[in-house]
Design a protein around this ligand. Structure first.
Ligand code: SAH
Ligand code: SF4
Ligand code: F3S
Length: 467
């Protein structure tokens, strides 16, 4: 048993080792079926691709439901409280299947919730039907855990991690068109509301040569797009003296010549002019930036530990808009942080009115155990939080609609990524500015970048026809 301890997870030990992980092959689970359900951010989505690769190496085949699976893996997110109920609701269904239909069903929980001490304690008390809990730091150990699974509950969570594990091309990627590429793990920003630095450990950059090798390989395999992943990509390379900066990494990745390069997420702090210039210079670096604001009030930004003021944020925003032609910018905003007054909230709205974002993810503040903000009194009542969220969303939606309207009757390049979820007779894809487009056209266009004439614009998507 290895249980997570949040206070240990706070510690930062600076030496990073790079460890190559060889795939473990076995026929122990030949023909058995796996189902992975993923919550949370792109990092979790990509971790699930790694787990799928591991499971297939052990003989498992994919299936699309917990009903038909021999193993279910639940990859969880801990960023807000509401995920908790969803996860335990789904676990309840798995428990039922195990009791009524398939007593050998292996139930696993991993991801950021597995890093929370309170969650693991809850599982030990009330959810003994779970077979395996493992954390974000030891995914590469999954084959060993499964090949040596003990009766009852196995808990294998490390509180922190200093190393970078290189798994090469051992991912079972969901797409053959667009690929996720980790450039760094962890986060050292410790925004006071956020649990990620505890669940993902210290900032560790992968070696630029390994990243470049991976992108070159993806290009050879025919991928059209890569998205570089990090909780805060501007910090890339800062944890190791000899490493290049994010601007230099972006340059090298762009020069590989893959059609589309994206990255998420950028913290407004430390977003250098050099980075802006590189994005502007290369046609294959997409003009799209996710730039979380969180709050427009200097007082709240300070309480959040965000390291910038409203003025600094707006200066950066304006500079991006000025120097990167046609750039689309989206954001994240939290309402109802402890002590947020009406005046503070008005400051947030002021920034939204100025920035007229292409889109925004908006959240009600959720206290996370172990974070500094959780020690502050959560003193804004739910009604006020909901009213603020509602008011904010109205303005956010107005501007995303307004931005989308600008596309009407224009012809823009769209990377067709698959069949539209809304209408199976249509295709879907993304503009360079990361706007979702539902497109009329034949399936052979999947994986191609095609010129699409936009025929309708809504708040959250566009419709179009292939030219
Ligand atoms: N590394 C990314 C964010 C990861 S979490 C970044 O800094 O941009 C994604 C978003 O969840 C955050 O931007 C924030 O808006 C929201 N979030 C994080 N912790 C939260 C909390 N305790 N309550 C509500 N929203 C939260
Ligand atoms: Fe969380 Fe802040 Fe790190 Fe983003 S930068 S993951 S919000 S601590
Ligand atoms: Fe959630 Fe963990 Fe990502 S908390 S947002 S899955 S890093």
């Amino acid at each position: 048993m290895n249980k997570p301890v949040l206070s240990e997870a706070r510690k930062r030990n600076r030496v990073t080792e790079f460890i190559e992980v060889d795939p473990i092959l076995s026929n122990q689970y030949d023909g058995k079926k796996y189902y992975i359900r993923t919550y949370g951010c792109q990092m979790n989505v990509h971790d699930s691709e790694e787990m799928a690769g591991i499971l297939e190496n052990l003989g498992f085949l994919p299936t699309d439901s917990e009903e038909t699976a021999d193993i279910v893996i639940l990859n969880t997110c801990a960023v807000r409280e509401n995920a908790h109920d969803k996860v335990f609701g789904f676990l309840g269904r798995c428990k039922h299947i195990k009791e009524k239909k398939n007593k050998d069903l292996i139930i696993c929980l991993c991801g950021c919730m597995a890093q929370e001490t309170s969650v693991v304690e809850e599982i030990e008390k009330h959810h003994k039907y779970i077979n395996l809990v493992f954390g974000t730091h030891n995914i590469h150990e999954l084959p060993n855990y499964l090949l040596n699974l003990h009766e009852g509950l196995n808990v294998e969570v490390k509180s922190s991690e200093d190393n970078v594990y290189e798994v090469g091309e051992n991912y079972k990627r969901d797409s053959k068109i667009s690929a996720w590429v980790n450039i760094m793990y962890g986060c050292d920003k410790f925004c006071t509301y956020c649990i990620v630095p505890y669940t993902r450990g210290k900032e560790r950059s992968r070696k630029s040569e390994d990243i470049i090798k991976e992108v070159k390989k993806l290009k050879e395999l025919g991928y059209k797009e890569v998205t570089l992943l990090g909780q805060n990509v501007n910090a890339y390379g800062r944890d190791r003296e000899e490493e290049i900066s994010f601007a230099e990494l972006l340059t090298k990745v762009a020069e590989i010549g893959i059609d589309r390069v994206r990255f998420v997420t950028s913290h407004p702090w430390n977003f250098t002019d050099e980075m802006i210039d590189v994005i502007a210079k290369y046609d294959n670096i997409m003009p799209y930036i996710h730039l979380p604001l969180q709050s427009g009030s200097d007082r709240i930004l300070k309480l959040m530990g965000r390291r910038y003021t409203q003025e600094e944020y707006l200066n950066l925003f304006d500079k991006m808009k000025e120097r990167i032609p046609g750039v689309a910018i989206t954001t994240d905003i939290i309402v109802g942080f402890p002590n947020e007054t009406d005046e503070d909230f008005e400051e947030t709205l002021k920034v939204v009115e100025h920035c007229k974002y292409d889109g925004a993810f908006t959240f009600i503040y959720s206290p996370r155990e172990g974070t500094p903000a959780a020690k502050m009194e959560d003193n804004i009542d739910l009604k006020t939080k909901e009213d603020r969220l509602h008011k904010l969303n109205e303005i956010v939606n107005k501007y995303s609609n307004m931005n989308n309207q600008k596309y009407l009757d224009k012809t823009v390049p769209v990377l067709i990524t698959g069949v539209s979820e809304k209408d199976n007779d249509k295709l879907c894809g993304y503009t360079d500015t990361f706007k979702l487009v539902n497109v009329e056209g034949g399936k052979r266009l999947i994986g191609e970048i095609v010129d699409v004439k936009i025929t309708d614009a809504k708040s959250f998507s566009l419709d179009g026809k292939v030219e």
